[in-house]
Ligand binder design. Structure first.
Ligand SMILES: [Zn+2]
Length: 236
């Protein structure tokens, strides 16, 4: 049988479709076995997501929501389950204003130091509480202090979530000066960027003061703010 005859028997279109289906299956299998961690959105559009970890917290969350609402911006709150149990009205405040709610564990412990059952409990318990107050499933999990391993990524994936970190952080150990925080974020801005901020645990008054400057400096650069789900659904 010559080469041309072979091509006639194996019709290119069905063959290609089958090859693509097999590739897609294996890609999904690899993603399921070793899920990738997301650091940024893939886009050329000047869009970024502001993400707030550790809340809700009556000291800082209401003010952050007020600022976001004043600028008509939607942010994403990575909430801690224990905090939500203490302040469910703040979760509702965030959600009802149109902000996205994501999972930052139940106790804010280092996930890599827990066994698989405990990790699963941390994730599912927090998802359950979020669902109780919002009726929404959660798309994203961020492990506290960036402490994760394979089982943490897998457990998030098994609950239908991707593990998300960040592209740039506003706060640093070196400074809590609001001007410097705003300058740092503005300098590191890029299309598809995920920006890390906090609304609990430590004193976040610097973050609250920096937030309007961060928003305005990025807007001056032509950036638009979207939720994490909007950012990560976009492909250039
Ligand atoms: Zn945290």
């Amino acid at each position: 049988m010559n080469l041309m005859a072979k091509y006639e028997i194996i019709k290119p279109a069905p063959f290609l479709a089958a090859a693509l289906a097999v590739s897609y299956f294996f890609l999904n299998l690899i993603y399921y076995i070793n899920p990738p961690v997301i650091f940024n959105g893939i886009t050329d559009e000047k869009i970024v997501a502001l993400t707030f970890d550790d809340g809700p917290d009556p000291r800082f969350s209401p003010e952050i929501v007020r600022i976001l609402n004043d600028y008509r911006i939607k942010g994403t709150f990575f909430v801690v389950g224990e905090q939500v149990e203490k302040y469910p009205e703040l979760l509702k405040l965030e959600y009802e204003a149109g902000h996205e709610i994501a999972n930052h564990s139940y106790t804010h412990r280092n996930m890599d130091s827990l066994d698989r059952t405990a990790v699963r409990e941390e994730i599912t318990k927090t998802n359950g509480i979020i669902y109780k107050y919002t009726g929404q499933d959660v798309n994203w999990f961020r492990p506290p202090r960036c402490k994760y391993d394979l089982k943490v990524k897998q457990e998030a994936k098994h609950q239908g979530m991707d593990t998300v970190l960040w592209t740039s952080a506003a706060e640093s150990k070196k400074t809590c000066n609001p001007d410097e925080m705003a300058l740092l974020v503005a300098a590191q801005a890029r299309p598809g960027g995920i920006i890390l901020l906090h609304d609990s645990r430590l004193d976040r008054s610097g973050t609250v003061r920096a937030l309007p400057m961060i928003i305005e400096s990025l807007q001056l650069q032509g950036y638009r703010f979207v939720t994490l789900s909007e950012l990560l659904d976009r492909k250039s």
